[in-house]
Design a protein. Structure first.
Length: 380
């Protein structure tokens, strides 16, 4: 019996979980090729000029897959509010139809009170195999969460300490591939144990180094999570002696935005907390992750980060709105801030120079604060 073929766009490591989900639902999964310059070139050729950069990556990804093989279904998340993300699925479908591709689109809108419609969408996605839905979702989320944990706790925190360039990255790729191929929870436990042990052995953390600084990255979710779109900012910061943190991850985004029923009802979600923190400067959400970016800047200062970076696509209305107030917010809460805007024309040399400049400024501020904290006691 022929199995339906399904694909989806790349966004960081989200493919690890989506592959696991659709395998359990009985699909042949077509993981799209990793994003390259050809992806953005293809997407830009066919996308409306005014659409934001992530849409061009998404569209380019779809076209790259369909140029090579037939696809029955395309999965795309939807959105609500003023952000153009809500148009991605519908606009992609129109453009692909015009190009002669006719896959069925599964657009998963955030529930936002529409639980009946959301449930029907999920049932269709699972071929009405009701008993398979929750086990498949939990398996998918488990893979995503482990992938994110290794990235955040091992890769992003240890690049600054690696004695050999790209060692942290090579280890991370190795363990992501093992997670991708794993077929039992026992294997995931084994991978986690092996990863933590090997990182500790190969790249131990040197707590005596005082040149290491901590920087958090926030901003629009696609640019935040997809390394190619942000010019591999995490690795570049790590190689400058920075321990990097991000305000979101693939699994956190899925839990907070799509599979909201998995969240702990008694615990405040990270994006809800960020919105609350932003209230002195912006009281009403205005789409995308804009207001959260403001709140995360406040939180970064409260947590003692040495700097915070906003990443955003060119012409992103929510992040542009946030960018207008962020310099004032950062100054008031006392944290160095910089905003990087990315599009298909962003140049590597200029980006590297500005990144190095910001890191040195954050390091100088940290050193000055450290000196001012020292008090000299004079005994009369």
């Amino acid at each position: 019996m022929k199995r339906d073929k399904v694909t989806f766009p790349h966004m960081g490591n989200i493919y690890v979980g989506l592959d696991a989900l659709f395998e359990r639902f009985g699909y042949d999964v077509i993981v799209p090729p990793k994003i390259t310059q050809d992806t953005i070139r293809t997407g830009s050729k066919h996308a409306p000029e005014g659409m934001c950069v992530p849409f061009k990556y998404v569209l380019g990804n779809f076209i790259q897959v369909m140029e090579k093989q037939d696809v029955d279904y395309v999965l795309m998340a939807g959105g609500i509010g003023p952000c153009r993300f809500g148009f991605y699925g519908h606009m992609s479908k129109l453009i692909l139809t015009k190009l002669g591709y006719t896959p069925k689109f599964i657009i998963l809108e955030p529930p936002a009170g529409r639980w009946f419609n959301f449930t029907i969408d999920v049932l269709k996605l699972a071929h009405w195999r009701i008993k398979d839905i929750m086990p498949a979702i939990h398996w998918s989320v488990a893979k995503m969460e482990l992938t994110d944990r290794l990235e955040e706790e091992l890769y992003m925190k240890r690049i600054a300490y690696e004695p050999q360039k790209r060692k942290a990255e090579k280890l991370y790729i190795k363990y992501v591939n093992r997670i991708f191929k794993a077929d039992t929870y026992e294997k995931l436990d084994e991978i986690k144990k092996d990863a933590f042990e090997e990182y500790e052995s190969a790249i131990p953390i040197d707590n005596d180094r005082d040149d290491i600084i901590d920087i958090e990255i926030t901003g629009e979710i696609f640019i935040l999570l997809e390394p190619f779109s942000n010019m591999d900012i995490v690795r570049k910061l790590g190689e400058m002696g920075v321990r990097v943190s991000r305000t979101s991850s693939s699994s956190k985004w899925i839990r907070d935005r799509i599979l909201t029923f998995l969240a702990d009802k008694n615990k405040e979600k990270s994006f809800e907390r960020a919105i609350r923190k932003a209230e002195p400067w912006m009281k009403v959400p205005f789409g995308g992750e804009g207001i959260e970016t403001i709140g995360h800047t406040v939180e970064a200062a409260e947590k003692g980060f040495d700097g915070i970076i906003q990443v955003m696509p060119f012409s992103c209305m929510p992040e542009v709105s946030a960018k207008d107030v962020l310099p004032d917010v950062a100054r008031e809460v006392g944290i160095p801030f910089y905003s990087f805007i990315f599009d298909e024309h962003t140049g590597g040399a200029g980006f590297q120079t500005r990144l190095e400049s910001f890191v040195e400024r954050a390091r100088d501020v940290k050193n000055k604060n450290r000196k001012s904290d020292r008090t000299v006691v004079t005994v009369a």
